[in-house]
Design a protein around this ligand. Structure first.
Ligand SMILES: CC[C@@H](C(=O)O)C(=O)SCCNC(=O)CCNC(=O)[C@H](O)C(C)(C)COP(=O)(O)OP(=O)(O)OC[C@H]1O[C@@H](n2cnc3c(N)ncnc32)[C@H](O)[C@@H]1OP(=O)(O)O
Ligand SMILES: [Co+2]
Length: 145
């Protein structure tokens, strides 16, 4: 396994509109996507783009708010009412190979591989097996980078 590009940092936010206003008005973000719901993941999602080097796309900030009390970010926000960093996401060229690698070294995978917000397959590795950081692995988009 070779560490891939950091695609995004997932930030849990209690209020999506407030978070978007913060990134636009306080942080000066120029590209903020329209938020959309992913009911199968239990979250509302919005991407804040950061600039990369030499015109490449930088790491994104993925804003996540819970759609209901069963959402995987609902418990996190209950413990952290202001929100905060929820997960980190690294790209891998082949999702099945990456999953087999983590399983093979005894890391706990959280649920099935599914399609993520970028349209490619993703899976999550338990934070207790990953230095305290909930880790998302996503297959590198074909057209990217
Ligand atoms: C937008 C779609 C997609 C994308 O394409 O990018 C996404 O990113 S979706 C993001 C949301 N989806 C997920 O997070 C799915 C995976 N998550 C889970 O399965 C669960 O949330 C969890 C990580 C297993 C946590 O379960 P939960 O029941 O909410 O919490 P517990 O209280 O049982 O937690 C156990 C233990 O782990 C600590 N913890 C929980 N969440 C985190 C976190 N985000 N980062 C670090 N540590 C975390 C928690 O504090 C507990 O520790 P102890 O108190 O020491 O037991
Ligand atoms: Co994510």
């Amino acid at each position: 396994m070779k560490l891939g590009r950091m695609n995004h940092l997932g930030y849990a936010v209690p209020d999506m509109d407030d978070a978007i206003a913060h990134y636009r008005d306080v942080m000066g973000a120029s590209v903020v996507t329209e938020p959309f719901d992913m009911p199968e993941q239990g979250v509302r999602v919005c991407f804040v783009h950061t600039p990369g080097e030499q015109g490449t796309e930088g790491t994104q900030v993925e804003l996540l708010s819970p759609l209901d009390e069963n959402s995987p970010v609902a418990g996190f926000i209950a413990k952290n009412p202001l929100g905060g960093q929820h997960h980190v996401c690294f790209e891998a060229p082949d999702i099945a190979e990456a999953r087999a690698y983590f399983e093979g070294i005894g890391k706990r995978i959280l649920g099935p591989t599914r399609i993520g917000a970028h349209g490619t397959p993703i899976f999550f590795v338990h934070p207790k097996d990953m230095m305290g950081m909930l880790t998302e692995i996503m297959e590198t988009p074909k057209e990217a980078h």
